[in-house]
Design a protein around this ligand. Structure first.
Ligand code: NI
Length: 261
C-alpha cells in the first residue's frame, strides 16, 4: 500500500527550483498521491499547472483567509474557472484564522469569504480543504449553518479532541501533520487517537512543519512516512492497515473519479 500527502504546497516559492526532484524523491519513499493546495489566485494556477504535469498529483483551488486583505470577490470567478480543470478535486484552502487576526471586522470578512467559497464548492459538487486556527466555535457553527455538501478535511487539525468528535459527527475529515511527532505536542497526539479511522488523512503542509527528526528544515512529501507511521502507532495499527485506511478515506472524500483521466 502506498502513502499519500493530502495537503502540500509544491506551488510554494520554496520548491520553485526543484519540484521535479521533490516529487521523484517522494515516489521513491512510497508516497504516490499528492494534493497541491492553492491559497490565492496565483498559487491556485500554479497548483493546477503542477498537477497537469504528473500522474497522481491533484490540485485544490481557493483563497486562504490570510490572503483576503486587498482582494475582491470577483477573483472567485477565476477560482471557479480553475476549479473546472480535470485535476482539481477540491476547493481550498479556505476557512478562518483567528490566531493571526484578532479584530472583529476582519473576522467577519473571513466568514463571508468562507461562506462564498462553500457556496462555490457546493455549486461545483466539490469537497473542500479547510484551514481553521483558534476558531473551533465559529467554524463549527458555520459548518452547521452552511454545510459543505461534499464534506471537507479540517487540514492540520489543531482543535481539541472534544471538538474533533463534534466535527466528526457532522461528517468531516481530519488531516494530521509533522506536529504529531513533536515531543511536547500532547493534544495533537490525543486527537489522532480519538479520530475515527475512516476520517483520518496524512499531510505535510510542506514547506512548513517538518516532522521529527527534520524539525525546522524544509518539509516535503517524502517525509510523509515519518508522519503516517507515527500515527499508525498511536492508533495501534500496522503501517499497512493505516495506509489502507488513509487511501480509502482520500478516495471517498475526494471522489477519485478523476483517477482514470
Ligand atoms: Ni496549507
Amino acid at each position: 500500500m502506498d502513502y499519500l500527502d493530502s495537503h502540500c504546497h509544491l506551488n510554494d516559492e520554496a520548491f520553485k527550483d526543484d519540484v521535479d526532484e521533490v516529487i521523484q524523491k517522494a515516489l521513491v519513499a512510497g508516497v504516490k498521491r499528492f494534493l497541491v493546495i492553492g491559497y490565492d489566485v496565483e498559487s491556485s494556477k500554479k497548483a493546477v499547472e503542477i498537477a497537469s504535469r504528473y500522474d497522481g498529483v491533484y490540485a485544490a483551488v481557493g483563497i486562504h483567509p490570510e490572503n483576503i486583505p486587498g482582494t475582491a470577490f470577483y477573483v472567485l470567478d477565476e477560482i471557479e474557472a480553475l476549479a473546472k480543470s480535470n485535476k482539481v478535486i477540491a476547493i481550498g484552502e479556505i476557512g478562518l484564522d483567528y490566531y493571526w487576526y484578532k479584530d472583529e471586522e476582519h473576522r467577519q470578512k473571513q466568514k463571508e469569504w468562507f461562506v462564498r467559497q462553500i457556496e462555490l464548492a457546493n455549486r461545483l459538487g466539490l469537497p473542500a480543504s479547510i484551514h481553521a486556527r483558534e476558531c473551533s466555535g465559529d467554524m463549527y457553527q458555520l459548518l452547521k449553518e452552511s454545510p459543505i455538501e461534499n464534506k471537507a478535511v479540517l487540514h492540520c487539525y489543531s482543535g481539541s479532541k472534544e471538538m474533533l468528535v463534534e466535527f466528526a459527527k457532522l461528517g468531516y475529515y481530519f488531516g494530521f501533520d509533522g506536529p504529531i511527532t513533536f515531543k511536547n505536542a500532547i493534544e495533537p497526539k490525543e486527537c489522532v487517537k480519538v479520530c475515527p479511522i475512516d476520517r483520518i488523512l496524512t499531510e505535510t503542509d510542506c514547506p512548513y512543519m517538518a516532522p521529527v527528526p527534520f524539525r525546522g528544515k524544509r518539509n516535503d512529501p517524502s517525509l510523509i512516512p515519518y508522519i503516517a507511521d507515527y500515527a499508525a502507532e498511536l492508533k495501534g495499527l500496522s503501517k499497512e492497515e493505516f495506509k489502507k485506511a488513509v487511501w480509502d478515506n482520500f478516495d471517498r472524500l475526494f471522489h477519485m473519479k478523476h483517477e482514470q483521466d
